[in-house]
Design a protein around this ligand. Sequence first.
Ligand SMILES: *[C@@H]1O[C@H](CO)[C@@H](O)[C@H](O)[C@H]1NC(C)=O
Ligand SMILES: *[C@@H]1O[C@H](CO)[C@@H](O)[C@H](O)[C@H]1NC(C)=O
Ligand SMILES: *[C@@H]1O[C@H](CO)[C@@H](O)[C@H](O)[C@H]1NC(C)=O
Ligand SMILES: [Cu+2]
Length: 125
Amino acid sequence: MLKVNYYYFFFIVFTASLSLSTTRGETHLVGDDEGWTQFPNFTYWAKGKSFHVGDTLVFSYAQELHNVVQVNGTSYEDCIMEPNLGVLQSGNDSITVAEVGQLWYICGVEDHCKNGQKLTIEVLP
Ligand SMILES: *[C@@H]1O[C@H](CO)[C@@H](O)[C@H](O)[C@H]1NC(C)=O
Ligand SMILES: *[C@@H]1O[C@H](CO)[C@@H](O)[C@H](O)[C@H]1NC(C)=O
Ligand SMILES: *[C@@H]1O[C@H](CO)[C@@H](O)[C@H](O)[C@H]1NC(C)=O
Ligand SMILES: [Cu+2]
């Protein structure tokens, strides 16, 4: 009986630490309260923040006004939609970053990207 309780105890500890490690990533609300809109400076927003594998980016915006297009570095600089690595358009998009490296997001609507609606982050281990 004692032995059974022992195993049960370790099972609880193990499950608890497992769920801790899977919820450890931070959530970053892109643009804070202003959200994903045209005029915040997202370079400024990202400055001084650190992004790690397992963190979640939340893009919050009016669905009929914006979208989120993942592009590469060249397309980010030039504000072009191709090559397009994925488009999100729910208005409340969560992206959990899975890999180390640079990520680039632009808004693909009209000239929003040229107006500054673009974000690049470096994901650390
Ligand atoms: C946005 O913020 C960055 C970092 O602070 C700064 O270097 C850049 O000049 C700003 N861009 C604009 C358009 O204000
Ligand atoms: C982005 O993709 C285009 C088309 O595949 C390619 O020509 C360009 O070199 C890429 N840029 C970067 C920085 O990877
Ligand atoms: C947006 O999504 C996040 C994460 O999925 C959720 O926690 C939040 O409640 C959602 N917000 C709205 C306004 O739907
Ligand atoms: Cu937009």
